[in-house]
Design a protein around this ligand. Structure first.
Ligand SMILES: [Zn+2]
Length: 349
């Protein structure tokens, strides 16, 4: 099922049928009672929309970026390139794969576009500021953020004629000092210096779906794919110091690749060559980074930690300080939790 938020479903039904929100909610409740225990509130809302003849997804034509929901297929959308990441090559068995990604934005939001294999051919020709139109893409949820993936049936157009994009909605993120962080703060930007680096921790995951393995009588396995293909995932903790306080910042998989500017395979090499990581640690120490993410409580240790969703390295501290001074004079930024600002790409298929 396409993960259109419940509130959005209600709003669409109201708009298209004139039925009041209260009436729709009653219908949804009835539907749930009718299908006692077999359907979720979201599922019931979809059925009610269908019963009332409301199409939740318009067929054909581009959708606004904030109307791309997880699990949508054959998505067409367009936007201006706001950030381009690196192209990575990776080895999977006999074959070499490629993956690259970038963000596009329109006036409704921003979304990460991920290109695989042959689709990456166009990647070099894409510049920040270009208008990109994509067709036939699939929306996937990754770390709670929706992103669009292109496959062999997808199309990508660079600066297609007749397509205009208005002012791009900026990621709403709030700069905070570490001392002001609170549990469950989201879309927070921290700027600080890495003052301590721990060892990378590796753990086994399913090589097909990238999910954590579950224990079983024959050892750890994937509930869906068994033990056919195993891979490793990894996490690194560092201490970030912003001049007043420090916090432990956690970098999972893609975030760690971005922090180290290394590919999946290069990071994996440290699993067997832990000493090789020592020099990397030394390079990281003293580095100024900007991290966007969320503060979470580590219940086991009863401490606040910061989960990285997007990390910027090669920061010019002077520039950042100037920017902070300029922004602090402006109106406080609004917080909008639905902006898809941070979408670490999925692992290569
Ligand atoms: Zn699996």
């Amino acid at each position: 099922m396409i993960n259109i938020p419940y509130d959005v479903v209600i709003k669409k039904i109201t708009e298209k049928t004139g039925t009041s929100q209260a009436e729709i909610e009653i219908k949804i409740k009835q539907k749930m009672e009718q299908l006692a225990g077999l359907i979720s509130k979201d599922g019931a809302a979809h059925i009610v929309a269908n019963d009332l003849g409301v199409k939740l997804m318009e067929q054909g034509g581009p959708v606004k970026i904030n109307e791309v929901y997880a699990n949508m297929k054959n998505v067409e959308t367009q936007g201006k390139v706001t950030k381009k990441f690196n192209l990575y090559e990776f080895q999977r068995g006999e074959t070499t794969g490629k993956v690259a990604s970038f963000f596009i934005g329109d006036e409704s939001g921003q979304i990460r576009i991920t290109l695989w294999h042959d689709q990456t051919k166009e990647f070099d020709n894409i510049k920040e500021g270009d208008i990109i139109k994509v067709k036939g893409t699939n929306a996937r949820l990754n770390n709670n953020f929706v992103e669009l993936h292109l496959d062999t049936n997808s199309q990508l157009m660079i600066n297609p004629s007749g397509v205009e994009v208005g002012e791009v909605k900026q990621f709403s993120r709030q700069r905070k000092s570490i001392a002001d962080l609170k549990e469950d703060d989201k879309n927070i930007e921290l700027l600080g210096t890495i003052v301590q680096v721990f060892d990378i921790r590796f753990f086994e995951v399913c090589g097909t779906c990238n999910k954590k393995l579950q224990p079983g009588p024959d050892g750890p396995h994937c509930l869906e794919h068994g033990k056919e293909k195993l891979d490793h995932n990894y996490v690194l903790n560092v201490f970030l110091d912003d001049g007043n306080s420090t916090i432990r910042v956690v970098f999972f998989r893609n975030q760690l690749q971005n922090l180290l500017k290394k590919t999946h395979e290069e990071v994996l090499a440290y699993r067997v060559n832990a000493e090789g990581f020592e020099s990397v640690k030394n390079e990281l120490l003293g580095e100024v980074i900007k991290v966007i993410g969320r503060a979470t409580k580590n219940k086991m240790f009863d401490r606040l930690e910061f989960m990285s969703n997007l990390v910027f390295v090669d920061i010019d501290p002077e520039e950042e300080i100037k920017k902070m001074a300029a922004e602090s004079k402006q109106e406080p930024q609004t917080q909008n939790p639905v902006t898809p600002e941070t979408k670490p790409t999925d692992q290569p298929l």
